[in-house]
Every structure is written in C-alpha cells, then in structure tokens.
Design a protein around this ligand. Structure first.
Ligand code: UD1
Length: 455
C-alpha cells in the first residue's frame, strides 16, 4: 500500500503543464478498436485507467505498444468481441468499448462496468442507443450480449440526458453504420469534439460535435491516423485550485482556457486574480479566499461535476459560507466526511452541500473515497497546518499523473511513501524553497490548532 504524506501550508508558486485528458484518451482508445489499421495516439496520460483500456484492447486481439505518452494501437487483427468481467470492472468507462466492438465485430458481450463510487451509474442510455442502431440485446447470466449480424444502421437518437459516454458510444458505433445517425441532446464536452477529430482523421464523417446535434454519416471502414489528445481540463482546474487554496501564484500552461471557462468566474468570485491568454491561465490568490455564493454542477459548458470535490476543498478555508448543488451524480459528496477530519465545516443535504469556511485546517489521516474526492483531500492537506496522510491512492492514480511530482515542482512538501516507509525517487527535498514558500506566522492558515477537528 502507498500513502501520500503532506506537510501543509507551503505556498505554491510556479508554472506547470498538465497531462493529456483522461476522458478524451479513453474513448479514443476504444474507438481505435473500430479502425482497420494503426492509430497513433499522442499525449496519452500515464494513468491506471489508460492501462485498463490497453488491457481491454489487448484482450480483443489488438496489438498495443506504448512509448512515453504515445500509445499505438494496431486493430487490424482484432478477433474477440467479449470483455471479461475483471477487465470491465477496472473502470466505468469500459462501457465505451461497446460501440466500438459492436461496430467492428457485429457482436459485443460485456458486463456492467465498474468505476468511481459516486452513486448509481446506469447504462440504460447506452443500451437503448445500441438497440436503436439495430443491435439486439440478450441477457446471459448478468452479461449483456449484443448482436448485430447484419451490421448497424443509422438512426435518429434523442438522449433523455446529454450523457458524455452515451454520446461517445453512439458516435463510435455510428461511424461505420449504414446511413445517417442524428443525435439530439448530445453532450457538448470538449472530449466529444476530440473524439470526433480522431474519428474524422480516421475517415469518419461526423459533423456538429461540440453542439447538441451531432450528425454521423456512416462510412464503410476507418483507416489509421495520428492524433494528439487535448489537455486535461479537470487536472488543470484541480491544480489552479491547489494554487488558490495555498495563497499561491501559479500558471498552467498548454491548456485551452475556454475549456475551464466555468471555473474562472468562480475563482474570481473567490478573490483570485486570473489572467488567461492563448494557451495558459495564471492565478494569484488573495491572503484569504472569499466565499462563493452558489455553484451548480451542469453538463458542459456548465460547471463540471468532476471539479466539485476540489472546489469544496478550496471553499473550506474561504471567508464565509458557500453552497454547491450537485446536479449530475446523486451521491458525489463522499469527500465531505473526510474533509471534516481536517476541521472543515460541511453539511450535506440531498444534492446540496453547505460549506462554512474556517480560518484554517489541521492535518489529518484520511482515505481517498474516489478519484476527484481523493484529490480534494490533497488540496486540504496542502492548506492544512501540520502533517496529512492520505491512503486509497489507487483512486487518485486513475486520473492524475504523479500529482506529488507536479506539486513538489510548485514548492509543496508531498511524498509518496511505500508501506515499508521509503519515499519514491522523484520526491524533491527543498529545505530552502520550503522556507521561502511557507506561510508566514500570523497568516490565515497559521495559529493555534482548532479544537474539534473531526466534527
Ligand atoms: C463522463 C466522465 C466523468 C464525468 C461525467 C459527467 C469519462 C470517462 N467520464 O462520465 O468523469 O463525471 O462524464 O461529466 O468521460 N446516465 C444515465 N444513464 C446512462 C448514462 C448516464 O442515467 O446510460 C446518467 C448518470 O448516472 C449521471 C449522468 O447521466 O447521472 C451523467 O453521466 P454521463 O454523462 O454518462 O457520465 P459518464 O460518461 O459516465
């Protein structure tokens, strides 16, 4: 087992680049199974979710190789249409393989996917869409067995909710279906446009990706291409929040500022000075953050549900009371109970979370409950007085590439420790920088320990 040890209250300072988008790379890797040839995918983050996707591709008979951040998938000899349980369980987004396998093989057999514990995550929209494209579903001992012996055929599909995964699955499956598919109420996330760019680069004919109506004119087959995955907007947002919660001054380079357009006004409302231009965003945080009255998570371009937990962590030390309403997932506040261990004051009622800012947090021993909630604990640890120990890192490693290295480069004191107590090599010891970056005595986060840290 590994854990992160954080000595908090180091003011983050500097410039970073974020890795490629996990949520783009996953559907693109799945779509590579539909391609009759070689796909070269650049800027693929080194994350355990990506490993899981590679395991599935390999199991399907694709030849996959990885060199740094480039993954090459040769799906020419794909010869399997079944994904075993253990591979499906590795991640929720394994369901996005459904459209690719069905489109390529005319049959797909898989079980319900795994993933983050953030509430009921049905796949009814995926299933119904495949049926509308002509697949016939048989349930066989808990497995979903889809048949389309004569191939898929284009259809008009209206999504009851603009599901990201369902939109992606339809686009992939419809890319080589016979005729035209029209998706209405499609998701508009940047990852949808990135997937369309990959598919179109491979010979697909997809129009309107990024809008709520997407038109796919099926082509006979797809051929190999090279594609570069977009930067990870959720990781970029998370690191900006790390700068904010530590009274820091940081720049995130090589991102698309418009992709984090819903976060920037929230950071400004919290009193941060934001400058954005071209491919970067810089943040300078005030000595004490202000509360943010009301944030509602919404489908893109609204405030992303994936940034809700990190935002909560930031607001725990803001001056005043903030409210967040989670509209996408019904049970995505598991981090709240762990944040309370730092002395945060949070109450959750249904989909609403009320965060009463405290002057400072105190280091705690906590367990990451899920991917984004896990990073929220890192943010609390960065802000807190004293030492924080975080376990459950397997959740965090699904979506953030070596976060400790990124944070250390900004002046944080974060070490990843193996069970037997050895720190991993990249951990930087920067005593001088530590002193320079430490919050000065009397700063907001210093002072006497707060009583009743665990409410
Ligand atoms: C994707 C992202 C995830 C993000 C989410 C919402 C990936 C790999 N993951 O997940 O990080 O939090 O979008 O932005 O890209 N729903 C149904 N039936 C379905 C499908 C979805 O009811 O068949 C519901 C879900 O339970 C949820 C909502 O729709 O309440 C949104 O889910 P969806 O957009 O599909 O999220 P994912 O694609 O799973």
């Amino acid at each position: 087992m590994e854990k992160l040890i954080i000595n908090g209250q180091k003011r983050l300072n500097g410039e970073i680049e974020v890795h490629g988008s996990k949520n783009s790379a996953l559907p693109i890797l799945a779509a590579a199974a539909l391609v009759n040839g070689v796909s070269e995918i650049h800027n693929c983050p080194r994350l355990t979710d990506i490993d899981a996707a590679i395991h599935i591709l390999t199991h399907l008979g694709c030849r996959v190789s990885r060199s740094g951040h480039t993954v090459t998938v040769d799906a020419t000899a794909m010869n399997n249409w079944e994904v075993p349980d253990e591979l499906m369980r590795e991640m929720r987004s394994s369901v996005v393989f459904l459209g690719a396998i069905l489109g390529r093989a005319g049959r797909a057999k898989l079980s319900a996917p795994g993933g983050c514990e953030i509430g009921l995550r049905p796949i009814d929209l995926h299933i119904s869409a495949m049926e509308q494209l002509g697949a016939v579903l048989e349930e066989d001992a808990g497995k979903l067995d889809f048949h389309a012996p004569n191939g898929l055929a284009g259809a008009r599909i209206t999504l009851a909710f603009p599901s990201v995964g369902a939109t992606e699955n339809i686009m992939i499956a419809a890319a080589t279906a016979k005729g035209r598919t029209i998706i209405t109420n499609a998701a508009r996330e940047p990852e949808i446009s990135d997937l369309a760019d990959f598919l179109n680069g491979s010979g697909a004919r997809i129009h309107g990706a990024g809008d709520s109506t997407v038109i796919i004119d099926g082509v006979e087959r797809l051929a190999g291409t090279c594609h570069t995955v977009i930067p990870d907007r959720i990781a970029a947002s998370t690191y900006l929040l790390a700068g904010a919660v530590t009274q820091g001054k940081i720049c995130v380079r090589d991102i698309v500022p418009a992709h984090i357009g819903a976060l920037l006004p929230v950071l400004k409302e919290a009193g941060c000075d934001i400058t954005a231009s071209g491919r970067w965003v810089c943040l300078s945080a005030p000595p004490r953050l202000h509360r943010v009255k009301m944030t509602r998570t919404m489908p893109y371009p609204g405030f992303p549900t994936d940034v809700q937990a990190p935002l909560t962590a930031m607001l725990t030390v803001a001056d005043g009371t903030s409210v967040i309403v989670e509209n996408i997932f019904e049970s995505r506040y598991k981090h709240a109970a762990e944040l309370v261990r730092f002395g945060a004051k949070i109450s959750v009622e249904g989909r609403m979370e009320v965060i009463e800012g405290v002057p400072y947090l105190t280091g705690a021993s906590v367990v990451a409950p899920d991917l984004r909630g896990g990073f929220a604990l890192i943010l609390a640890g960065l802000a807190a007085r004293g030492e924080t120990v975080i376990t459950g890192l397997e959740h965090i490693d699904r979506g953030y590439e070596t976060p400790e290295a990124v944070l250390c480069a900004l002046g944080a004191d974060v070490k990843r420790i193996q069970e037997h107590g050895t720190a991993k090599e990249f951990t930087t010891e920067q005593p001088a920088a530590d002193r320079a970056n430490s919050f000065a005595p009397g700063d907001r986060l210093s002072g006497t320990p707060q009583s009743g840290a665990a409410e």
